[in-house]
Structures are given as structure tokens and as C-alpha cells.
Design a protein around this ligand. Structure first.
Ligand code: PEP
Ligand code: MG
Length: 606
């Protein structure tokens, strides 16, 4: 089948929803194309048509009940989805209404059911509560199951598959996904979906590699074609050649070994041979990542990018939605800290619910804390939710893009007033909640000694600090090559920030991407950062490297790097250090150990 692709392998780019690598034949499930036809039913056949509909509902109930009994233990917590589906089948809005339409309009059950779904969609659209509004997806799923039964096109029974396959679908419902645990599915890929869709969450629970949001998988893949699914990078390779197969077979083996290593070693402490202890935390965007970050050895969350909750919805999340999410984050991480960063939108992140106007230069525009201070209601809603959640765990607040002391004073004013409101209402919160600022604007570095007196910790955001200090747009591919964490000016800024924090008796963390990249670790250790927060998949390797070295050796290296005048000099010196101090990571015959920090592990080149 591979030969059908005249131009060789095709790479489709999506979102890695569940990590791992799978290689196998594609199996397309065409769950989009049931054509519903309108048919007129003769007066004398109406009862029969109604009976057909009732039988389909009964059969759907049986199928869902069967699914409920077969549900594997690790997915039991999701069984409520199917119980809801069972209730929907008999909900008068669906059941009675369809029966009534069949007799009133003398139409076939399929058509009546489609009309009922259209009507329900209109009603759901008017509902203000986003969570309830989105339940239309469950109703759509239930209707599809019944439509499949009516039209004699039942959903695929995966247990009947002859050999293991990679499932390709436009979209997959939670119920489809649950059936995948039967051992015949190697991975799944879908056109629709995001990392937070139910399907992606279930994929992670099942440990199946998955790529979602591919948009054109169904139109680009033929059934039976070999696919490589790389759930780590979000790539799907259609009809790979032998070279790619070999590459990915190796990558798959590395990943398997890596996973074993993760489980064995990830919870060992991040302590150097001379007793220097670093806190290693994870950056998260979603609540669902917590089990995985703990597995990877994170000692809490150093950066929760809270804006993703806003990005995921068309409307602003309510006070309650924010509170429940933050509370869950705090509870699930406790006693480890949950560092919640307040809204950082603007720049390259936009939400439809907040209008920012047209900006010529959004990276220098109404972004992050500036937006929050301009829109106090937006800010206060979030502060209130964070404070309320602080009663349920170890919550810290982190403010992004702080450029000077006046902003901190203003932020604190909002915080104090929000605390007062909670006091008045008798709502509990952590009165000593720790406050931190992101150091990502050059003036914050210059003023670090003064800012350190105002807060409990710093967290260096190198992604932005490098962007703003070297004047390069971090999302502009034309200047990407100028992005240089080893620029002597950047190293001196990091050094100065940590020094100022320590002089003031507060801790300095780093949560930019630099913190999770193995090659910079000796520099960060030598500078004396107290905490590194990173993509959780990078944690095991970073922790292991910390255990392999001595802090005093790294700090001697840093003394040399700080007097260098070019990035090239620093890089050469650092590479020499890496090769002699971390031979397994930087000098083995393979020259690689999987770090899955978002880069292809095969390109360890600096
Ligand atoms: C940073 O700027 O380094 C950072 C961690 O924040 P973000 O990447 O979300 O801007
Ligand atoms: Mg930033």
C-alpha cells in the first residue's frame, strides 16, 4: 500500500496528546458519513416506525450497559460519562419528542431524531453555563449511536479486529476510546481534538500514543497504509520509508527504556554529590498533567500557565470554574506547592473573550500584568479564585511581566482588597500566601535588589527575558537564530537576579525553557538557582545529571563564563565541561539519552 504514495513519506503535524511511539497499519473509521435521508411514512406504518425507534433505543442502552461492565479499572472514574448517556437516551426531550415527530410529521425515525438534535442544539446554544452548554457533545454522541443502529451501521467493535492497528478518525468519542483498551489498538490519531479533550485524557489514562487536531488525517491516509504515530512531537508519518522506520524503531526503544528509567529513578532527590539540593518542579498548562508530572519526579508546580483555561473557552471562565480548577490543582499537589501564574495573555496568546484591540507590536503591548491592571475586574476574579483555593493546599501566586516596583505595589493593592472581601464574607484562604514575580523584563533585572524586598520569590522567565533583552521576537522564525541563552549579557542578567534574590533572603527560580535543557544545567547550578521548573518530561534527565555532578565544579565554571565576552567562547567552554562531566549524556557512542523536552532527542547538537 505504501507504494501508493508516489512522492514518498508524508508528515502530518498535529498535537501530541498522549506520549509514546507506535508503528502499524492505519484503520480508518468513518464516523462522519452516515447520510440521513428523509422518508415519508404511511399512516398505517407509523406505529411500526415508532417501534423501530424504541428498539434502537433499547439496543443502545444495552450497548452502553455492556460498555459499563467492560470498562477497565483505570477508567472507572470516567464511567459517569456513560451513565449520562444512558439517561439521555430516555430523556423526554430526545425520546418523547422523536416519537411525537414521527407521528405528527409522518417521517422516518432517523429524520425525526436529526430534527430533535437540531432543536436541542439551538436550546443548548442559549445556555450561559459553558460546561452545560458543551454537554451537547454527549447528546450528539448518543444520537449518533442510535442513528447507527437505525441505519444498520453499528459502531466498530474493536475486539473483532484481526491484527493491531492505528485508529484514524475524524473524531473519537469517549466511548469509542474506552473500547480501545481491548489490546488491538496501537495508537489513535484524529482530525479534531485538543490536549484537553476527553479523548486525549482517556488516551493518556490508557497509555496509548495519540496525536489529535491533525485536521486532514482522514483525507490524507488510506486504510492499511503504514503509519508512525509520534505522540511526543505530534507528528504522524504516512507511508514511511525504511530509513524513517529504522529511526522511529530506535526512538520507540529509547522511549520504552526511558519510561522504565523514569519510574525507577525519577523520585530520587535532585542533590549534587557535594550536597547542594535543588527544587525541581514542573510547568503545567492543564490540571490533567498532574499525575504525569508526579510520575516524572516533580516536587510541585513552579509555573501553572493559567491562561490556558481562558484560551480553551469562548467566554471568560467564571469565578467558580476558576476556583474549582485551582482548588483541584492545590489539593492534588499538596503538600508540594502549586505556583499559579496570573493571566498572561496578549503577546502571542489571545482569547476571544478579552478584546485587546489591534496592536502593531503586541509583544510590547497590552500583555500579562499590564492587561490585568487595566482590567481590574478580570484580575480580581482570578485573584479571588486563587486566594480561595489557597485554603486547600500550598498555593503561591506568580505575577508575569513585572517591570518595576510600582506595578508590584498596584498588584498588592488589588490583592489586599480581594483578601478583605474574603475576610468580610468569612471565606478561608492562606493569609501568608507567598508572592512571586517573573523576571522577564530587563528593568526587573536591573532593579532586582529593590524588587526582591517586595516579594517572596523570583522566577526567571528566560523565554521572555531573552526576547526582550536581545530584542528578538520569540515567535519570529527570521530572527530565531539570534535567540541565545548563552549570550554573556543573558548569563550576567541571570546571575545578577539570583544574587539580588539571595542578598534579600528570598529564593530564585527559573521557569523558562532554558531550565529544562540539559546543556544549560551546569550554568544554572553554578549560578546557584534554588529551583528549576520545566516541562515534566525533561525532569528525570535533569535530576539525574544533578546527582552526577558537584555544585562547586559548576560554580567554578560559571566564574569563567561570566568573564567571557562572546556566546561562542561560552559555548565552547561549556561543551568541553559537558563532555568531560556528563559523558553518558554528551559523549556516549549514541550521544543521546531521550529527554523529550519538546525537541527531537536526536538533535543534541547545541
Ligand atoms: C518565560 O517567558 O520564560 C515564561 C516561562 O513564560 P511564557 O513562556 O509563558 O511567556
Ligand atoms: Mg513569559
Amino acid at each position: 500500500m505504501n507504494s501508493q504514495k508516489k512522492n514518498g513519506p508524508v508528515v502530518l503535524k498535529g498535537v501530541g496528546a498522549s506520549p509514546g511511539i507506535a508503528i502499524g497499519p492505519a484503520f480508518l473509521i468513518d464516523n462522519l458519513k452516515i447520510k440521513i435521508l428523509r422518508k415519508r411514512i404511511k399512516e398505517g406504518d407509523i406505529d411500526q416506525e415508532k417501534e423501530r425507534f424504541v428498539r434502537a433505543i433499547t439496543e443502545a442502552e444495552k450497548q452502553i450497559n455492556r460498555l459499563l461492565t467492560e470498562i477497565p479499572d483505570e477508567l472507572r472514574k470516567h464511567s459517569g460519562i456513560f451513565e449520562t448517556h444512558l439517561l439521555m437516551l430516555k430523556d423526554p426531550m430526545l425520546y418523547e419528542r422523536t416519537l411525537k415527530l414521527i407521528s405528527k410529521e409522518k417521517i422516518n425515525a432517523e429524520w425525526a431524531l436529526s430534527k430533535v438534535l437540531d432543536y436541542a442544539r439551538e436550546l443548548f446554544e442559549q445556555i450561559k453555563d459553558q460546561y452545560i452548554r458543551e454537554r451537547i457533545e454527549d447528546l450528539e454522541y448518543v444520537v449518533q449511536r442510535v442513528q447507527n443502529l437505525l441505519s444498520g451501521n453499528p459502531l466498530v467493535d474493536f475486539s473483532q479486529l484481526e491484527k493491531p492497528v492505528v485508529l484514524v478518525a475524524h473524531d473519537l468519542s469517549p466511548a469509542d476510546t474506552v473500547q480501545m483498551s481491548k489490546g488491538k489498538i496501537l495508537a489513535f490519531v484524529t482530525d479534531m481534538g485538543s490536549r484537553t479533550s476527553h479523548t486525549a485524557i482517556l488516551g493518556r489514562s490508557l497509555g496509548l500514543p495519540a496525536v489529535v487536531g491533525l485536521e486532514n488525517a482522514m483525507s490524507s491516509i488510506l486504510s492499511g497504509e503504514t503509519l508512525i504515530v509520534d505522540g511526543l512531537s505530534g507528528n504522524v508519518i504516512v507511508a514511511p520509508d525504511d530509513k524513517l522506520l529504522k529511526h522511529y524503531n530506535e526512538k520507540q526503544q529509547h522511549y520504552i527504556r526511558y519510561q522504565l528509567d523514569v519510574i525507577r529513578n525519577s523520585n530520587f532527590p535532585a542533590e549534587t554529590q557535594d550536597g547542594f539540593r535543588l527544587k525541581i518542579k514542573a510547568n503545567i498548562e492543564f490540571l490533567e498533567e498532574i499525575p504525569s508530572i508526579i510520575l516524572h519526579g516533580a516536587e510541585g508546580v513552579g509555573l501553572y500557565r493559567s491562561e490556558y483555561l481562558y484560551l480553551a473557552h469562548k467566554e471568560l471562565p467564571t469565578d467558580e470554574v476558576l476556583f474549582h480548577t485551582y482548588k483541584e490543582v492545590a489539593e492534588r499537589l499538596s503538600p508540594y506547592p502549586a505556583t499559579i501564574r496570573t493571566l498572561d495573555i496578549g503577546g502571542d496568546k489571545f482569547v476571544s473573550s478579552v478584546s485587546l484591540g489591534d496592536e502593531i507590536n503586541p509583544a510590547l503591548g497590552l500583555r500579562a500584568i499590564r492587561l490585568c491592571l487595566k482590567e481590574p475586574r478580570l484580575f480580581r476574579t482570578q485573584l479571588k479564585a486563587i486566594l480561595k483555593a489557597s485554603a486547600y493546599g500550598n498555593v503561591r501566586i506568580l505575577f508575569p511581566l513585572i517591570s518595576g516596583k510600582l506595578e508590584i505595589i498596584e498588584v498588592k493593592k488589588h490583592l489586599e482588597e480581594t483578601k478583605e472581601e474574603l475576610w468580610k464574607d468569612g471565606i478561608p484562604f492562606d493569609e501568608d500566601i507567598k508572592l512571586g514575580i517573573m523576571i522577564e523584563v530587563p528593568t526587573a533585572v536591573v532593579m532586582a535588589d529593590s524588587l526582591a524586598k517586595e516579594v517572596d520569590f523570583f522566577s526567571i522567565g528566560t523565554n521572555d527575558l531573552i526576547q526582550y533583552s536581545l530584542a528578538i521576537d520569540r515567535v519570529n522564525e527570521y530572527v530565531a537564530h539570534l535567540y541565545e541563552p548563552l549570550h554573556p549579557g543573558v548569563l550576567r542578567m541571570i546571575h545578577r537576579t539570583v544574587e539580588a534574590a539571595h542578598e534579600a533572603g528570598i529564593e530564585a527560580a527559573m521557569c523558562g525553557e532554558m531550565a529544562g535543557e540539559a546543556m544549560y544545567l551546569p550554568v544554572l547550578l553554578g549560578i546557584g538557582l534554588d529551583e528549576l521548573s520545566m516541562n515534566s518530561l525533561a525532569i528525570p534527565k535533569i535530576k539525574r545529571m544533578i546527582r552526577e555532578t558537584k555544585q562547586e565544579r559548576c560554580s567554578a565554571l560559571v566564574q569563567e563564563l561570566l568573564v567571557a565576552s562572546t556566546a561562542q567562547e561560552i559555548r565552547e567552554n561549556l561543551l568541553e565541561f559537558l563532555i568531560s562531566n556528563f559523558p553518558e549524556e554528551f559523549n556516549s557512542s549514541q550521544g543521546m539519552y531521550p529527554d523529550f523536552s519538546g525537541r527531537d532527542m536526536y538533535s543534541l547538537s547545541p
